[in-house]
Design a protein around this ligand. Structure first.
Ligand code: 6PG
Ligand code: NI
Length: 199
């Protein structure tokens, strides 16, 4: 056993008007300006940004050493809203160590996890309180909040050495988009998406 192995610890997930952690190491914030090129309706994006660089999502993280035996964990909070017809979402990523998985437990809200693998296979799984989502190794993942008024809050756990690769999926976006159609969420094709052989 390495000598610098930490002592066990506990913390609380506090359910109030907002869901908070009793202790954490990092608070990451992502604003509209951090999402340039991610939403399909670039005119709606620019109009919103000209008005206000609003907060789209936040992550509270327990920091662990970035080594395979460790588990990074924390909560992710996607606020409600839309850019054009497309719901607020995280940027999404592959893990840099591609074959690392992740578990999400949904604490509050409504939405989807939009996923795809390097072969271009896709999967969109619903998230609702108490649902557990398993993202297998090699699948890029993005959280989408489809509620009009509530935050989408998830607890996540993934290997310490996984890292984040945002670039690969950024260029053509995800194969599927989650948009509002006739007042309800719909999963539609992304017209900008290219199959792997055409990239
Ligand atoms: C991770 C998790 C998760 C994710 C956040 C924000 O691997 O770190 O998937 O914590 O980072 O939900 O999403 P983005 O990292 O895609 O901005
Ligand atoms: Ni991840």
């Amino acid at each position: 056993m390495p000598e610098d192995t930490p002592n066990p610890f506990t913390f609380d997930i506090q359910f109030g008007e907002n869901i908070t952690l009793s202790s954490y190491d990092n608070h990451i914030v992502r604003h509209l300006s951090n999402m340039r090129g991610q939403f399909l309706d670039s005119e709606a994006y620019q109009r919103m940004l000209d008005e206000d660089d609003r907060l789209l999502y936040e992550v509270y993280e327990i920091h662990r050493p970035e080594v395979p035996g460790e588990l990074l964990h924390g909560i992710s909070i996607v606020h409600p809203g839309k850019v054009g017809d497309e719901y607020y979402m995280t940027k999404g990523h592959f893990h840099t160590v591609l074959d690392t998985a992740e578990v999400y437990y949904c604490l509050r809200g409504r939405g989807f996890m939009v996923m795809e693998n390097p072969q271009g296979n896709w999967s969109v799984e619903p998230l609702r309180p108490q649902s557990v989502l398993y993202v297998p190794p090699c699948w890029a993942h993005r959280t989408v909040n489809t509620s009009a008024e509530e935050d989408l809050v998830t607890f996540f756990v993934y290997p310490g050495d996984a890292g984040h690769d945002y670039g690969s999926i950024e260029k053509q976006g995800y194969r599927k988009l989650v948009v509002e159609r006739d007042g309800t969420p719909a999963i539609v094709d992304n017209p900008r998406w290219l199959p792997p052989e055409k990239r």
